[in-house]
Design a protein around this ligand. Structure first.
Ligand code: PMP
Ligand code: GLN
Length: 382
């Protein structure tokens, strides 16, 4: 294995899910729902499978999907030309990797906010670029973007910043004022923003998701990424997309065409259907996830954890200090066997594990009876 990939030989999700299944633990580690998406979407996939949509789709994605993505994105007030400004990818994961491969290389730096989704560091490394990590800072019970730290991390070699909001693993949704300042920095320093918005619909209470591309000066310099997996409970489908200027889209496509070329032929019309017709279903998903968040948070608090605020995503972070533990990584490896619950230590998403070793990430995108069983088991911890 080449040196730049040596730190990335396994993923916490694969390891924790394997451990959960070996120990019959309730798996609140890897974030995936345990119920299916809207029936209309599944029927549309079945119709496409039996309707002959089983060969290579067009390189940029099937036209009806690109048109549906443009219409969906227009809800934020941003216009994208389905032919030149939208690219369908193999999930957000490929969109992120292809964007980095296309836009950053040896000698370039990419600012990454920690804790970060695990594929970011690997994708920056595959591009041969260098990551500059900026840590989120605690702000009451939420986490804030440290804009001074971002400012200090910018050098003449900085090419891009990678931003995920709603944010995995913390559940933070960055505020309009945080995003506005970040946008100013991007414009001032001519940075490209690569935004990971896969949880764009999964925001709770009064929180709203506002794409960074909608801030002044950002549309020409933002690669906006999302995917169907989280919005429509189909994480295994791996249909994602990029929205950006024709130049940026063409650059990402240059990399993407030699990674997978195309993928998910018969799933693409189903996602087009979902984007056009299933947003009311997504509203009920959001309501249900908010109740699940509250259910799990109440149970975790009762078990003795300190709860951080989750404003979106599938996840909530819980502080283990009040329970008398000090090392969440060590605890996470022990928990499936000792208590029968799997969670993910937040430190694995960082370059500074000592500063993040008090937090465990729990997924609440599970049926209520699964959450209740986990809560019951965690009660024995205290
Ligand atoms: N980004 C974030 C923040 C995620 O949590 C995930 C995991 N679902 C992905 C990207 C990957 O998305 P996809 O499955 O569409 O590749
Ligand atoms: N996005 C999911 C999570 O954060 C898992 C994705 C994966 O398994 N790679 O849990």
């Amino acid at each position: 294995l080449v040196e730049r990939l040596r730190p990335f030989t396994s993923t916490i999700f694969a390891e924790m899910t394997a451990l959960a299944s070996r120990t019959s633990a309730v798996n609140l580690g890897q974030g995936f729902p345990d119920t299916d998406g809207p029936a209309g979407m599944l029927e549309s996939a079945r119709d496409a499978l039996f309707g002959g949509a089983n060969q290579y789709p067009p390189g940029p994605g099937r036209p009806e999907l690109r048109e549906a993505i443009a219409a969906h994105r227009a809800r934020y007030g941003t216009e994208y030309d389905p032919d030149r400004e939208i690219l369908v990818t193999a999930g957000a994961t490929e969109a992120i990797a292809a964007s980095l491969l296309a836009l950053a290389g040896p000698g370039d730096e990419v600012i990454v906010v920690e804790p970060y989704y695990d594929s970011y560091a690997a994708a920056v490394a595959m591009a041969g670029a260098r990551r500059r990590v900026v840590s989120l800072v605690p702000d009451g019970d939420r986490f804030a973007l440290d804009l001074d730290a971002v400012r200090h991390a910018i050098t003449p070699n900085t090419k891009a910043i990678l931003l995920n909001s709603p944010h995995n693993p913390t559940g933070t949704v960055f505020t309009d004022s945080e995003l506005a300042t970040l946008a100013e920095l991007c414009v001032e320093h001519e940075l490209i923003a690569i935004t990971d918005e896969v949880y764009e619909h999964l925001v709770f209470d009064d929180t709203r998701h506002r794409p960074l591309a909608t801030f002044p000066g950002m549309a020409p310099r933002t690669v906006s990424i999302s995917s169907a997996g989280k919005t429509f409970n189909c994480t295994g489908w791996k249909i994602g997309w990029v929205c950006a200027t024709p130049e940026l889209t063409a650059a990402v496509r240059a990399a993407k065409q030699f990674l997978t070329f195309v993928s998910g032929g018969p799933l693409q019309p189903a996602v087009a259907h979902a984007l056009r017709h299933e947003l009311p279903w997504v509203d009920s998903l959001r309501t249900s996830l908010q109740a699940k968040r509250d259910r799990l948070c109440a149970g975790l608090a009762e078990a003795g954890f300190g709860i951080r605020r989750s404003e979106g995503t599938y996840f909530v972070c819980a502080d283990i200090h009040p329970l008398g533990f000090t090392d969440a990584e060590e605890l996470a490896w022990r928990l499936p066997e000792s208590v029968g619950v799997a969670a993910v230590p937040v430190s694995v998403f960082t370059d500074h594990p000592n500063e993040w070793k008090h937090l465990l990430r729990f997924a609440f995108c599970k049926r209520d009876e699964v959450l209740d069983e986990a809560i019951e088991r965690l009660r024995t911890l205290g």
